[in-house]
Design a protein around this ligand. Sequence first.
Ligand code: AKG
Ligand code: FE2
Length: 495
Amino acid sequence: MAPGILLSTVEEDDSRPLKRTKLSTGDSDAVEVASPHPLGVKPLGNAYTASSNSKANTGLFSRLPDELLAHFLELLNTEALRGLGSSCKALFAFTRADDLWRALFIESPPKDFKWLGTWRRTYLQLSSDHEARIICKNLFSDVLYRPFYCANTPLNIYASNIPSQNKIPRLPNMTSEEFSDQWSYQPFILTSPVKEWPIYSKWTTESLLRDYCNIPFRAEAVDWPLKTYTTYMYNNQDESPLYLFDRNFVSKMNLEVGKDNAGAAYWPAECFGEDLFSVLGDQRPDSSWLIMGPARSGSTFHKDPNATSAWNAPLTGSKYWLMFPSSASLPPPPGVILSEDGSEITSPLSIAEYMLSFHELARATPGCKEGICYAGEVLHVPSGWFHLVLNLEESIALTQNFVPRKKLSEVLRFLRDCPDQISGFKDDVKDPYGLFVERLGRSHPEVLEEGLKELERKDKQGGRGKWEELTKPKEEEEHGFSFGFGDDDDNADIP
Ligand SMILES: O=C(O)CCC(=O)C(=O)O
Ligand SMILES: [Fe+2]
């Protein structure tokens, strides 16, 4: 059976206690999920053996495939949704899809609101005992059932039994030389550095709530006071929980430090060496983020901006990382689609959907790296690597993007050749490449010279990485895919 088609018998009488129901996902291990759907909706496969189907009572709407009906409902406003929802059981269920209400909320957020557990309740400020709940026993729809299933299917199992060849190396410490010579191109987890940070073990959700309760932080499309976000974090049913990702946390939390770094709350591990973007001073692109989210939240597949590298340090909780190198001659990770110029990554899937549909294949794909980074540790993301991140528990983390010396030519090339993909610079920086070259030339002329030489070498190679250069004649590369561990054109695993 194809993944995504769920056939199961779900508990019909929802007055009975929740039971765990096995659902076939097409994988050999059936996944368990709490059942039933709160409105009694069942997976579409059940329709084939059912005696009646309440979608048949929706008039003209019954002719629309569920996907199209769901799209149509996205065009409606509150009144229309509520009106249509009261016309029959099936439309009641379709108009309850919480994503519709999330979109309405984001479009016109109510001024004063209390988070009430779902987007609909919050948008309408309706408590759960004032909200109608009609059980739709004979409604069969993957479009409605799938988000519920994805929001409830266990995810931590995907972080277990990592094959040994996929494991991200875990190292107690590293020197700058080791990083520069061997590790700038590789993901790794440093197991000790963060424990010396003043904020380590002081920052917990409770302590941040005590100190920054009313400070608004950015969580995707909303700016919410921390107390609202944590209320959401502890009580939501979203398939992809809203993720707090704030680039202005330093000023919001008064963490600024003087030039000598006195009183710093945290700092990068020494091995990463100098961050060459620091020559840009106030004009550098966004580089530091506070991240907070519940278990099951995280980041879908992406590469970090401007060809920068990054470190990511959980202060509480733990994160599962799934990573792939990239290069002109490598396909993107399974389930990820790149636009022709590589500028847009389409991974239309939530993390849960990705895990259900592609994790097994991803794990078996050459180049795949996986690991769990625990509180107090730091994970290195080499520039150009695709990564998907899943919070295995509620987590607070800090992340910083940086430009290590060994990756300078990649950043220079990105800024020079992909101006429309550059992000995070303030609007008044019209020519990021020119500015970076000028500043670096002033303060680190020999580093710039080395970077430009490397860039010239890459230009001559015409996008072929060191690996391709060493292992394949040009014709072979042109005639088909052949795997080499590598990073964006400049092959990663060969320092
Ligand atoms: O902790 C996470 O979710 C990963 C964050 C990340 O990949 C990023 O900031 O680019
Ligand atoms: Fe990232």
